[in-house]
Design a protein around this ligand. Structure first.
Ligand SMILES: [Zn+2]
Length: 140
C-alpha cells in the first residue's frame, strides 16, 4: 500500500467504514480486481487509563506547536511487544491542503515519539472540523 492509500484506509477504518481498493487503476475496475483493505491487526492490549491520560495530555500540549491541528481526541494506546502504539484524532480547518495537514500530523507524531521513547508508533487521523461536531452530537 502506498502512503496515501494507507492514510485513507486507516482514517476510514478508524471511523468504522469498510474500505475497498482497486488494483491497477481503471483497468482493475473493469477487471473487477477490487479487494477489501485492512489495517494490520492490532496486537497487545490496551494501556492503563493513567498512561492514556498522560499521553493525551502530552499530545494536547505538543499540538500547541502545530496550530493547524486542534482538538486532539479519541486517544488510544496499545501496549505491544515492540512498544506502545498511539492512535489519536485531531481536527483541522477543512480548507487546509492535504499536504499541509499531513506534514503537521507527521511532526506531531515525531514530537510525541521524541518525548516518550517507549512509544514505537504514532498514528494521527486528521479530520475536517465539522466531522467532529457531528460525531459529538451523535454520541451525546
Ligand atoms: Zn474523530
Amino acid at each position: 500500500m502506498n502512503a496515501a492509500v494507507r492514510a485513507v484506509t486507516r482514517g476510514a477504518l478508524a471511523h468504522g467504514w469498510e474500505v475497498f481498493g482497486v488494483r491497477n487503476g481503471y483497468a482493475g475496475l473493469l477487471e473487477d480486481r477490487i479487494e477489501p483493505l485492512q489495517a494490520r491487526r492490532l496486537r497487545g492490549r490496551n494501556a492503563p487509563e493513567a498512561r492514556v491520560a498522560e499521553l493525551r495530555a502530552a499530545l494536547a500540549e505538543l499540538a500547541v506547536d502545530h496550530p493547524i491541528l486542534r482538538n486532539v481526541h479519541d486517544v488510544r494506546v496499545r501496549e505491544t511487544p515492540e512498544g506502545e502504539l498511539v492512535v489519536f484524532h485531531c481536527t483541522v480547518d477543512p480548507l487546509r491542503t492535504v499536504m499541509d495537514v499531513h506534514q503537521e500530523v507527521d511532526a506531531l507524531e515525531s514530537d510525541l515519539r521524541r518525548r516518550f521513547p517507549g512509544v514505537r508508533r504514532v498514528i494521527g487521523h486528521a479530520e475536517p472540523r465539522d466531522h467532529t461536531r457531528m460525531t459529538a452530537q451523535q454520541t451525546m
